[in-house]
Design a protein around this ligand. Structure first.
Ligand code: PMP
Length: 466
C-alpha cells in the first residue's frame, strides 16, 4: 500500500536541478522516488505535498518539543521580529533567556548563544582547549556532535566483521582531513575502564571529554548512572574538562536536561534543539571561571547569534517548559506508545527492546537493550528498516534509520497514539508478510536504497547530515 508521492516526486525533479540531491541536508534525500517534501506541519502532524498526513516522530530531529506551529511560540517570535533581526550589537532579551537557562540548568553560570548545535559544540571544544592549554579530546563510539571536522569521525560498524579486532575509525563522508585523527581518542560508550586507560596515558594532552549523556543519534542508548559519574570523576582526576553535549537531551529528558536526570554536573555543556521549538538557537554554557575565557582571547561570535526572533521564541519555549508539566506528559506519552508497541510485537513473538528516555526512545530488535554502539550491530536492523518503510507508508513519520530515536512532543495526543498504534500493528504484519513472501515492500525499500548507489556512498551512512 505504497502511498502516493506524485507531487513530491515531481518536485524532486525540479529541486534536483538546482539543489544537490534536491534537498538542503543529505539525510532529507530518501531516494529519487521516496523523498518527501512538506507542505506544512500542525501540532504533531505533518502534511506532505500530496496531502499525505503523518504523525510526526522526527520533529526536525528533536527541536519541535511543543509541536509544529505552536501559536504562543510563533506569536513570541513575531514580537521578537518587532525589535528587528540582527544588529551586530546586543539586545536586552539575551539576559532574560540566559537567566531562564540558568534557572533550569544551574550549571549554566554563564551563557553564550550560538545558532546551531554544531556551532555550540565547536565553541565548547575551543573553550576547553583555551582553558586547559591542551589540544586533544575524547569522544565516544556512536556519538554525534555536529558537522564540523573535529567530530565527524565514527567507527565503521557496517564493515566490522572480525570482532577480535577493534573497528576501523572512519570519517562521516569525504572531505574531512585525516590529519585530525591525531588529535582525539574514540572510546566505546559505557566503558569507564577504557576511558581511564586513555586518560591515564594521555591526560596531559587531553583538554576535554566530550559526551552525549544519552546517544541521541544512536538508538537513544543511555549512559548508565555509574558510567556518567565515572566520567565526571575521571575528568576531575586527570585535569580534563567534561563537556556534556545536551543538544538533544537539554530541556527534553528533564527540565534540567540529562545533568538533572543523572545528578552529574558538566564543566561546559551545550544546549540547542528543544530550547527554541524549531527556531535556530543554541548555547554553550558552563562554569564562570571557564566561560570568562571568552573575554580573554577566545574567539566566539557570529553574525546571527542571539538573533531577535529566535531569542524571543526561546524565551517563550523555555518559559512554557519551566512552568508546565509538558516534559512529564511527553515522557508519559512515550511510555504508553512503547507499551502499545510491545503488546503488538509480543503477540507476534518478536524480540525487541527500547533504549533511552521515553521522550526520545530507540526501538531495537533484540531482547536486550543496547549499551553501546557495537550492540546495534547485534540487532535485526534490517527488520527495522523494512518496518519503518511500512510505518511511514501508513502515516507515521518515524526515522528510516534505526539509529535515530522516536521524538515525542507536547502535541502528541490520544488521537496520535491511536493512529500510531493502529498503523504500527498493520506495518508489523505487512513486514512479516513480506519477509515470508520474499519481501515486496522490504525489497522495494532496499532497492531504493540500492538505487542510491554512488550517492549513498557519498552521503556515507550514518547521521552525518542533520
Ligand atoms: N550534538 C548533538 C548531540 C546532536 O544531536 C546534534 C544534531 N543532531 C548536534 C550536536 C548538531 O546540531 P545541529 O544540527 O543543530 O548543528
Amino acid at each position: 500500500m505504497a502511498r502516493c508521492l506524485e507531487k513530491s516526486n515531481a518536485h524532486f525533479k525540479k529541486a534536483v536541478a538546482r539543489l544537490p540531491l534536491g534537498v538542503s541536508s543529505n539525510f532529507r534525500y530518501w531516494g529519487d522516488e521516496k523523498t518527501v517534501y512538506v507542505k506544512r506541519g500542525e501540532g504533531a502532524r505533518v502534511y506532505d505535498l500530496d496531502d499525505n498526513v503523518y504523525v510526526d516522530y522526527r520533529l526536525g530531529y528533536g527541536p519541535v518539543i511543543l509541536g509544529h506551529r505552536h501559536p504562543e511560540v510563533d506569536e513570541a517570535a513575531r514580537s521578537g521580529q518587532e525589535v528587528g533581526t540582527v544588529f551586530a550589537l546586543g539586545t536586552e532579551r539575551e539576559v532574560v533567556v540566559a537567566d531562564l537557562i540558568h534557572d533550569l540548568m544551574p550549571g549554566a553560570e554563564l551563557v553564550r548563544f550560538s545558532n546551531s548545535g554544531t556551532e555550540a559544540v565547536m565553541a565548547a571544544l575551543r573553550l576547553a582547549r583555551a582553558a586547559t592549554g591542551k589540544d586533544g579530546y575524547v569522544t565516544f563510539e556512536g556519538s554525534y556532535h555536529g558537522l564540523f571536522d573535529a567530530v565527524m569521525w565514527r567507527i565503521d560498524l557496517e564493515n566490522y566483521k572480525d570482532t577480535s579486532r577493534e573497528p576501523e575509525l572512519t570519517t562521516y563522508g569525504r572531505g574531512v582531513p585525516g590529519l585530525l585523527k591525531g588529535l582525539f581518542w574514540q572510546v566505546p560508550y559505557n566503558d569507564a575502564n577504557r576511558l581511564e586507560d586513555v586518560l591515564k596515558q594521555n591526560g596531559d594532552k587531553i583538554a576535554a571529554v566530550l559526551i552525549e549523556p544519552i546517544l541521541g543519534n544512536c538508538c537513544g542508548i543511555p549512559s548508565t548512572p555509574e558510567f556518567l559519574r565515572a566520567v565526571r570523576e575521571l575528568c576531575t582526576k586527570h585535569n580534563v574538562l567534561m563537556i556534556v553535549d545536551e543538544v538533544k537531551t537539554g530541556f527534553r529528558v528533564a527540565k534540567g536536561g540529562a545533568q538533572e536526570l543523572y545528578g552529574v554536573q558538566a564543566d561546559i555543556f551545550t544546549v540547542a534543539k528543544a530550547m527554541g521549538n524549531g527556531y535556530p538557537i543554541a548555547a554553550v554554557c558552563g562554569r564562570e571561571s571557564i566561560m570568562r575565557n571568552f573575554g580573554r582571547g577566545v574567539a566566539h561570535g557570529g553574525t546571527y547569534t542571539a538573533q531577535a526572533m529566535s531569542l524571543a521564541a526561546a524565551e517563550k519555549t523555555l518559559t512554557l517548559l519551566r512552568d508546565t508539566t509538558v516534559l512529564a506528559d511527553i515522557a508519559t506519552y512515550g511510555r504508553r506508545m512503547q507499551d502499545g508497541m510491545t503488546r503488538v510485537l509480543q503477540r507476534r513473538g518478536i524480540p525487541h527492546s527500547f533504549a533511552g528516555h521515553p521522550s526520545m526512545g530507540g526501538l531495537f530488535f533484540n531482547a536486550k537493550a543496547p549499551t553501546n554502539y557495537r550492540d546495534w550491530k547485534n540487532s535485526d536492523y534490517s527488520f527495522y528498516d523494512a518496518l519503518a518503510a511500512n510505518v511511514i507508508d501508513r502515516g507515521v513519520m518515524c526515522e528510516p534509520d534505526s539509529r535515530e530515536p522516536w521524538f515525542i512532543c507536547a502535541a502528541h495526543d490520544e488521537s496520535c497514539l491511536a493512529d500510531t498504534l493502529k498503523a504500527f500493528e498493520a506495518a508489523v504484519d505487512a513486514t512479516l508478510d513480506e519477509a515470508r513472501h520474499g519481501g515486496a515492500h522490504a525489497k522495494m525499500w532496499n532497492a531504493t536504497q540500492g538505487d542510491m548507489g554512488e550517492k549513498r556512498a557519498a552521503i556515507a551512512a550514518g547521521t552525518a547530515a542533520e
